[in-house]
Write a protein that binds this ligand. Structure first.
Ligand SMILES: Nc1ncnc2c1ncn2[C@@H]1O[C@H](COP(=O)(O)OP(=O)(O)OP(=O)(O)O)[C@@H](O)[C@H]1O
Ligand SMILES: [Mg+2]
Length: 306
């Protein structure tokens, strides 16, 4: 099976499509091109960025809201959302504050000031879209690898944390004669359930696919290998790899500089074949301009899937 066929089959079969990789390798571009390709073929598609920058808006050359799902102008069923962790935190904090009010004398205020609250908040938003039933496809343009992994680890920490709180609460409250509200524990259990489900969804290869984007260069390859290992630690298997910015052979035309660059890329392409066996692979050529707007994104989509 060719790379095109394999990648195409993957995005048509799965509902939740994640794009990860080192900073600047083309995650947003590949996620956007994929979302557009699917929408052009009639899938009702939502693209979600969990990145604090405005890259999604820039890529589609239109404002994509941080709070509401925004229709994207393409004569197709595509919409976008740019989750802003800073704003999401407000939502999260008010919910947590409400939930933990009764326990605040024991731990509430401390929990709410932990440095990772912002990341929990972004993940919290993201998790709610893992339960989406309104769209055929959800494409996630993730933040760079380290951040993504932290986001992914959050529900595990959360589950453990919440479970412990529930347990400790019982013992502590008995000791302190603290009357606790079963309803609150139920709320906490419900949260844990939500997070557990999201994690299960991420690792469930029947509905989710995590594609890594890389370049035929040393550092992006190393990062991809590490990201794959890290994801495997969470039970997430990476089925596919996109190699971006490959210099097309037709442009070489005896230019020593380009030939040198391409020869270097060829070495790394071989290394990729050896190190990432069993993954479906696709290549996207280095284009003559950067990739903005629907027409350019369609061009990338054709390179990936047609
Ligand atoms: N095949 C390509 N040919 C030419 N330009 C490209 C190609 N792929 C991506 N670009 C350009 O490279 C830049 C970085 O791409 P992109 O924003 O998609 O990367 P990213 O991985 O999302 O970055 P970040 O880690 O900052 O989120 C953009 O200006 C994009 O238009
Ligand atoms: Mg990006």
């Amino acid at each position: 099976m060719s790379g095109h066929e394999g990648l195409k089959r993957l995005i048509e079969e799965k509902k939740f499509l994640f794009f990860g990789g080192k900073g600047g390798v083309g995650k947003t571009t590949m996620a956007a091109a994929t979302a557009l390709w699917l929408a052009d073929r009639g899938y009702d598609t939502l693209i979600i960025a969990t990145d604090p920058t405005i890259s999604l808006s820039a890529t589609f050359e239109q404002k994509i809201s941080e709070t509401e799902v925004t229709p994207i102008k393409c004569s197709c069923k595509l919409s976008g959302l740019n989750i802003n962790p800073k704003k999401a935190m407000g939502l999260f904090q008010s919910r947590m504050t409400g939930m933990l009010d009764g326990f605040s004398s024991l731990f509430g205020s401390e929990l709410l000031s932990t440095p990772c609250t912002e990341e929990i908040a972004a993940f919290d938003q993201f998790v709610s879209y893992m339960q989406d039933t309104e769209h055929d496809k959800l494409v996630f343009d993730t933040a760079p690898t380290g951040h993504t992994l932290r986001e992914l680890s959050m529900p595990f920490d959360w589950s453990g944390y919440i479970a412990n709180q529930i347990k400790n609460r019982r013992e502590l409250s008995e000791v302190l004669g603290f009357v606790y509200d079963e309803g609150m524990v139920e709320d906490l259990k419900e949260e844990k359930q939500r997070y557990d489900n999201a994690v299960r969804g991420l690792a469930d290869s029947t509905v989710s696919a995590f594609t890594l984007v890389t370049l035929p260069e040393k550092l992006p390859i190393e990062e991809s290998a590490r990201a794959m290992e890290d994801l495997a630690g969470f039970g997430i298997k990476v089925p596919s790899l996109i190699i971006n910015e490959v210099i097309p052979k037709e442009v070489l035309q005896g230019n020593w500089f380009l030939e040198r660059r391409r020869a270097t890329q060829d070495r790394y392409l071989e290394e990729i074949e050896e190190r990432f066996q069993g993954l479906v692979k696709g290549q996207v050529p280095l284009l003559e301009t950067d990739v903005y707007g629907v027409e350019n994104l369609r061009k990338v989509g054709r390179h990936l899937y047609d």
